[in-house]
Design a protein around this ligand. Structure first.
Ligand SMILES: [Zn+2]
Length: 271
Protein backbone atom coordinates (compact mmCIF):
# COMPACT_ATOMS: atom_id res chain seq x y z
CA UNK A 1 0.00 0.00 0.00
CA UNK A 2 1.26 3.45 -0.86
CA UNK A 3 2.51 5.69 1.93
CA UNK A 4 0.11 8.58 2.59
CA UNK A 5 1.03 12.17 3.48
CA UNK A 6 -0.78 11.73 6.80
CA UNK A 7 1.63 8.93 7.75
CA UNK A 8 4.65 11.10 6.91
CA UNK A 9 3.15 13.93 8.96
CA UNK A 10 2.69 11.51 11.83
CA UNK A 11 6.39 10.55 11.60
CA UNK A 12 7.40 14.23 11.59
CA UNK A 13 5.29 14.94 14.69
CA UNK A 14 6.34 11.76 16.50
CA UNK A 15 10.01 12.67 16.00
CA UNK A 16 9.60 16.12 17.51
CA UNK A 17 10.34 17.88 14.23
CA UNK A 18 7.20 20.02 13.97
CA UNK A 19 7.80 23.75 13.87
CA UNK A 20 11.56 23.33 13.42
CA UNK A 21 14.02 24.16 10.69
CA UNK A 22 14.83 20.87 8.95
CA UNK A 23 17.91 20.24 6.82
CA UNK A 24 16.52 17.45 4.68
CA UNK A 25 18.67 15.12 2.57
CA UNK A 26 16.62 12.47 0.92
CA UNK A 27 16.01 9.69 -1.52
CA UNK A 28 12.33 9.63 -2.43
CA UNK A 29 12.76 6.13 -3.82
CA UNK A 30 13.72 4.87 -0.35
CA UNK A 31 10.20 5.59 0.91
CA UNK A 32 8.66 3.02 -1.43
CA UNK A 33 5.50 4.10 -3.17
CA UNK A 34 4.28 7.49 -1.90
CA UNK A 35 0.80 8.73 -2.67
CA UNK A 36 1.41 12.18 -4.17
CA UNK A 37 5.17 11.64 -4.56
CA UNK A 38 7.67 14.35 -3.57
CA UNK A 39 4.85 16.86 -3.06
CA UNK A 40 3.37 14.73 -0.30
CA UNK A 41 6.69 14.64 1.58
CA UNK A 42 7.16 18.40 1.26
CA UNK A 43 3.53 18.96 2.21
CA UNK A 44 3.86 16.87 5.36
CA UNK A 45 6.77 18.97 6.67
CA UNK A 46 5.03 22.23 5.76
CA UNK A 47 1.78 21.27 7.41
CA UNK A 48 3.78 20.55 10.58
CA UNK A 49 5.05 24.15 10.48
CA UNK A 50 8.59 23.16 9.50
CA UNK A 51 11.01 25.19 7.40
CA UNK A 52 12.72 22.91 4.89
CA UNK A 53 16.30 23.62 3.83
CA UNK A 54 17.55 21.42 0.98
CA UNK A 55 20.57 21.35 -1.33
CA UNK A 56 19.63 22.31 -4.91
CA UNK A 57 23.11 22.30 -6.41
CA UNK A 58 23.57 23.08 -10.07
CA UNK A 59 26.97 21.90 -11.22
CA UNK A 60 26.54 23.02 -14.84
CA UNK A 61 27.30 26.58 -13.68
CA UNK A 62 30.82 25.60 -12.63
CA UNK A 63 33.39 27.43 -14.73
CA UNK A 64 37.09 27.06 -15.39
CA UNK A 65 39.06 29.62 -13.37
CA UNK A 66 40.34 32.74 -15.14
CA UNK A 67 43.71 32.14 -16.88
CA UNK A 68 46.63 32.23 -14.48
CA UNK A 69 44.48 31.72 -11.36
CA UNK A 70 45.75 28.91 -9.16
CA UNK A 71 45.71 28.20 -5.44
CA UNK A 72 47.85 25.45 -3.94
CA UNK A 73 46.23 22.51 -2.12
CA UNK A 74 42.84 23.34 -3.65
CA UNK A 75 41.78 19.84 -4.71
CA UNK A 76 41.36 21.04 -8.26
CA UNK A 77 42.19 18.73 -11.15
CA UNK A 78 44.00 20.58 -13.97
CA UNK A 79 42.45 18.09 -16.43
CA UNK A 80 38.96 19.10 -15.27
CA UNK A 81 39.89 22.76 -15.70
CA UNK A 82 41.23 22.15 -19.21
CA UNK A 83 38.06 20.34 -20.25
CA UNK A 84 35.55 22.68 -18.63
CA UNK A 85 33.73 24.62 -21.34
CA UNK A 86 30.49 26.56 -21.69
CA UNK A 87 29.14 26.88 -18.16
CA UNK A 88 25.43 27.67 -17.87
CA UNK A 89 24.60 30.89 -16.01
CA UNK A 90 22.84 30.28 -12.70
CA UNK A 91 19.54 32.09 -12.37
CA UNK A 92 18.06 31.82 -8.86
CA UNK A 93 14.58 32.33 -10.29
CA UNK A 94 14.90 29.43 -12.70
CA UNK A 95 14.65 25.88 -11.41
CA UNK A 96 18.03 24.64 -12.63
CA UNK A 97 19.28 21.69 -10.60
CA UNK A 98 21.58 18.68 -11.01
CA UNK A 99 18.57 16.50 -10.42
CA UNK A 100 20.20 13.07 -10.63
CA UNK A 101 22.39 13.94 -7.63
CA UNK A 102 20.03 16.19 -5.65
CA UNK A 103 16.95 14.00 -5.99
CA UNK A 104 13.26 14.41 -6.60
CA UNK A 105 12.32 16.23 -3.39
CA UNK A 106 14.66 19.25 -3.85
CA UNK A 107 13.71 19.40 -7.55
CA UNK A 108 10.02 19.52 -6.66
CA UNK A 109 10.57 22.01 -3.83
CA UNK A 110 12.05 24.45 -6.36
CA UNK A 111 8.79 24.40 -8.29
CA UNK A 112 6.68 25.31 -5.26
CA UNK A 113 5.46 28.90 -4.88
CA UNK A 114 7.26 30.84 -2.16
CA UNK A 115 10.48 28.87 -2.27
CA UNK A 116 13.64 30.90 -1.66
CA UNK A 117 16.93 30.11 -3.35
CA UNK A 118 20.45 31.04 -2.35
CA UNK A 119 23.03 33.21 -4.03
CA UNK A 120 25.67 30.65 -4.99
CA UNK A 121 25.97 29.59 -8.65
CA UNK A 122 26.88 25.93 -8.20
CA UNK A 123 25.84 25.05 -4.64
CA UNK A 124 22.67 26.99 -3.83
CA UNK A 125 20.43 25.88 -1.01
CA UNK A 126 16.69 26.32 -1.28
CA UNK A 127 14.19 26.80 1.49
CA UNK A 128 10.45 26.70 1.96
CA UNK A 129 8.46 27.53 5.06
CA UNK A 130 8.26 30.28 7.68
CA UNK A 131 12.00 30.86 8.12
CA UNK A 132 13.19 30.13 4.60
CA UNK A 133 13.95 33.71 3.57
CA UNK A 134 15.82 34.51 6.77
CA UNK A 135 18.02 31.42 6.51
CA UNK A 136 18.62 31.20 2.77
CA UNK A 137 19.54 34.85 2.20
CA UNK A 138 22.60 34.23 4.40
CA UNK A 139 24.18 32.34 1.49
CA UNK A 140 26.63 34.01 -0.92
CA UNK A 141 29.35 32.71 -3.29
CA UNK A 142 32.04 33.00 -0.61
CA UNK A 143 29.73 32.05 2.25
CA UNK A 144 28.35 28.76 1.01
CA UNK A 145 27.27 27.63 4.48
CA UNK A 146 25.69 30.94 5.54
CA UNK A 147 22.32 29.20 6.10
CA UNK A 148 23.97 26.58 8.33
CA UNK A 149 25.72 29.33 10.28
CA UNK A 150 22.33 30.95 10.96
CA UNK A 151 20.83 27.63 11.97
CA UNK A 152 23.80 26.73 14.15
CA UNK A 153 23.83 30.09 15.91
CA UNK A 154 20.26 30.33 16.89
CA UNK A 155 17.62 27.87 16.08
CA UNK A 156 16.30 24.55 17.18
CA UNK A 157 17.03 22.75 13.93
CA UNK A 158 17.32 19.14 12.92
CA UNK A 159 19.15 17.19 10.28
CA UNK A 160 17.06 14.48 8.62
CA UNK A 161 18.69 11.87 6.39
CA UNK A 162 15.71 10.22 4.74
CA UNK A 163 16.93 7.08 3.02
CA UNK A 164 20.45 8.43 2.55
CA UNK A 165 23.61 8.11 4.61
CA UNK A 166 26.18 10.49 6.04
CA UNK A 167 27.80 10.69 2.58
CA UNK A 168 24.79 12.85 1.64
CA UNK A 169 24.95 15.01 4.78
CA UNK A 170 26.12 18.41 3.51
CA UNK A 171 26.27 19.83 7.07
CA UNK A 172 29.38 17.71 7.60
CA UNK A 173 31.17 20.08 5.21
CA UNK A 174 30.12 22.90 7.53
CA UNK A 175 31.63 20.96 10.45
CA UNK A 176 34.82 20.69 8.40
CA UNK A 177 34.83 24.46 8.01
CA UNK A 178 34.23 25.02 11.73
CA UNK A 179 37.06 22.62 12.54
CA UNK A 180 39.44 24.97 10.74
CA UNK A 181 39.60 23.22 7.38
CA UNK A 182 39.47 25.77 4.55
CA UNK A 183 36.83 25.24 1.88
CA UNK A 184 37.86 24.72 -1.72
CA UNK A 185 37.73 27.66 -4.10
CA UNK A 186 36.00 27.34 -7.43
CA UNK A 187 34.38 29.57 -10.04
CA UNK A 188 30.81 29.80 -11.18
CA UNK A 189 28.76 31.75 -13.69
CA UNK A 190 26.15 34.17 -12.41
CA UNK A 191 22.89 35.18 -14.06
CA UNK A 192 24.53 38.16 -15.78
CA UNK A 193 27.14 35.89 -17.41
CA UNK A 194 30.05 37.05 -15.26
CA UNK A 195 32.20 34.63 -13.28
CA UNK A 196 32.61 34.77 -9.53
CA UNK A 197 34.83 32.93 -7.08
CA UNK A 198 32.96 30.46 -4.93
CA UNK A 199 33.47 28.22 -1.91
CA UNK A 200 32.75 24.53 -2.21
CA UNK A 201 32.77 21.46 0.00
CA UNK A 202 35.02 18.54 -0.90
CA UNK A 203 34.60 14.80 -1.35
CA UNK A 204 32.04 13.25 1.00
CA UNK A 205 32.53 9.59 0.13
CA UNK A 206 34.28 8.91 3.45
CA UNK A 207 31.72 10.58 5.71
CA UNK A 208 30.18 7.34 6.95
CA UNK A 209 33.46 6.94 8.89
CA UNK A 210 32.01 9.59 11.21
CA UNK A 211 28.95 7.52 12.17
CA UNK A 212 30.35 6.42 15.55
CA UNK A 213 30.95 10.06 16.53
CA UNK A 214 27.25 10.92 16.14
CA UNK A 215 25.69 7.54 16.96
CA UNK A 216 24.54 8.62 20.42
CA UNK A 217 22.64 11.57 18.90
CA UNK A 218 20.90 9.57 16.26
CA UNK A 219 17.20 8.74 16.25
CA UNK A 220 16.25 6.10 13.68
CA UNK A 221 12.67 5.67 12.54
CA UNK A 222 11.03 3.72 9.75
CA UNK A 223 8.90 5.77 7.36
CA UNK A 224 7.19 3.66 4.73
CA UNK A 225 9.83 1.36 3.33
CA UNK A 226 12.62 3.76 4.24
CA UNK A 227 14.78 4.67 7.21
CA UNK A 228 15.18 8.19 8.57
CA UNK A 229 18.27 9.07 10.58
CA UNK A 230 17.52 12.20 12.61
CA UNK A 231 20.02 14.37 14.50
CA UNK A 232 19.80 17.64 16.43
CA UNK A 233 21.70 20.00 14.13
CA UNK A 234 23.90 21.88 16.59
CA UNK A 235 24.82 18.83 18.65
CA UNK A 236 25.61 16.95 15.44
CA UNK A 237 28.08 19.65 14.36
CA UNK A 238 29.55 19.99 17.86
CA UNK A 239 30.18 16.25 18.04
CA UNK A 240 32.05 16.24 14.74
CA UNK A 241 34.31 19.29 15.07
CA UNK A 242 36.68 17.85 17.72
CA UNK A 243 36.85 14.53 15.87
CA UNK A 244 37.83 16.29 12.63
CA UNK A 245 40.46 18.31 14.47
CA UNK A 246 41.95 15.28 16.20
CA UNK A 247 41.92 13.03 13.15
CA UNK A 248 41.59 14.97 9.86
CA UNK A 249 42.11 11.87 7.73
CA UNK A 250 38.89 10.32 9.07
CA UNK A 251 36.98 11.96 6.20
CA UNK A 252 39.24 10.48 3.51
CA UNK A 253 37.29 8.34 1.05
CA UNK A 254 40.07 5.78 0.80
CA UNK A 255 40.98 6.44 -2.82
CA UNK A 256 44.69 7.37 -2.73
CA UNK A 257 44.18 9.34 -5.96
CA UNK A 258 41.36 11.53 -4.60
CA UNK A 259 42.76 15.04 -5.01
CA UNK A 260 40.06 16.65 -2.89
CA UNK A 261 40.47 14.28 0.06
CA UNK A 262 44.25 14.45 -0.12
CA UNK A 263 44.18 18.26 0.02
CA UNK A 264 41.34 18.49 2.55
CA UNK A 265 43.15 16.39 5.15
CA UNK A 266 46.11 18.79 4.82
CA UNK A 267 43.80 21.67 5.74
CA UNK A 268 42.43 22.68 2.36
CA UNK A 269 43.52 25.44 -0.02
CA UNK A 270 46.29 27.77 1.00
CA UNK A 271 44.32 30.91 0.23
ZN1 LIG B 1 37.70 11.49 -1.74
Amino acid sequence: MALAQAEILEAVNRSGLSGRAICLHSSLRSFGLVEGGADAVIGAFLSAGCTLIVPTFFYDSQAAPPPGWWIPQNGLDPKWVAGRKDPIAYDPDANQITREEMGAIPARLLERPGRVRGNHPSDPFAGLGPRAAELITAQSPLNIFGPYKEIYAGSDAWLVLAGVGLTAATPIHFAEELSGRRLFRRWGMRKDGTLCATEEGGCSEGFENLAPAVASLENRIAVGAGLWRIYPFRKFIDALVPVLRANPSITHCGDPGCLRCNDAVKGGPRV
